[in-house]
Design a protein around this ligand. Sequence first.
Ligand SMILES: NC(=O)c1ccc[n+]([C@@H]2O[C@H](COP(=O)([O-])OP(=O)(O)OC[C@H]3O[C@@H](n4cnc5c(N)ncnc54)[C@H](OP(=O)(O)O)[C@@H]3O)[C@@H](O)[C@H]2O)c1
Length: 194
Amino acid sequence: MRKLTYFIACSIDGFIGDPSGDATAMLRFVDEEFIDFLKAEYPETMATHGRRALGLDDLPNKRFDTIIQGRGSYDLALKEGITSPYAHLREYVASRSLGASPDQNVEIIADDLVGKVRELKAEDGEFGIYLCGGSQLAGELFDEVDELVIKTYPLVYGEGMPMFGSGCAISEFTLESARTFGNGALVRTYGRKR
Ligand SMILES: NC(=O)c1ccc[n+]([C@@H]2O[C@H](COP(=O)([O-])OP(=O)(O)OC[C@H]3O[C@@H](n4cnc5c(N)ncnc54)[C@H](OP(=O)(O)O)[C@@H]3O)[C@@H](O)[C@H]2O)c1
């Protein structure tokens, strides 16, 4: 069984962006030390255009071979004219409104989201599935999430877009690792208690 991992950037108060979802205030904490961490541990979570800008095009995937995004999150790339923001992964975008996929590497999931994710999880393979977000999609897939990797940056938003956009039941997770960074960022990995 492959794991579904919600790998997400958050404020101290648990928001993934401001009320509109804008997460750019967090980018200032993605400094050299943090990029070195991503390069070593999660190179595939960097978008293709970002990897190219850093000269990291050829970094092999370490943990994931598949990504799932909601249309809200995918829209950020589309607005820049980028149709395959994670070209080094198999890309799935949940959307009932997009219709045909704008890119051959991107498969649209319009129906039975949970069923499709269960199918992907049931595939053989050593690599897992990166749940990119955003909030609405993560809420809908909450029961399927096996692991959380939370990049907490030292910011309080006060109000904003929550990690999970829809109601989820109280659920217990086990802390598996925590790493701190010089700039105050903290990355925690939690496994789900089943
Ligand atoms: N901090 C971070 O690390 C991080 C990471 C990712 C995203 N974000 C932020 O999150 C924001 C987007 O989050 P969001 O909650 O607004 O949107 P989202 O979860 O990315 O996407 C929501 C859309 O996904 C589609 N969808 C949801 N459930 C579906 C289902 N069951 N079947 C088919 N399609 C389904 C719908 O698209 P249609 O309307 O097309 O049907 C829905 O409008 C962005 O602003 C981004 O900046 C932050």
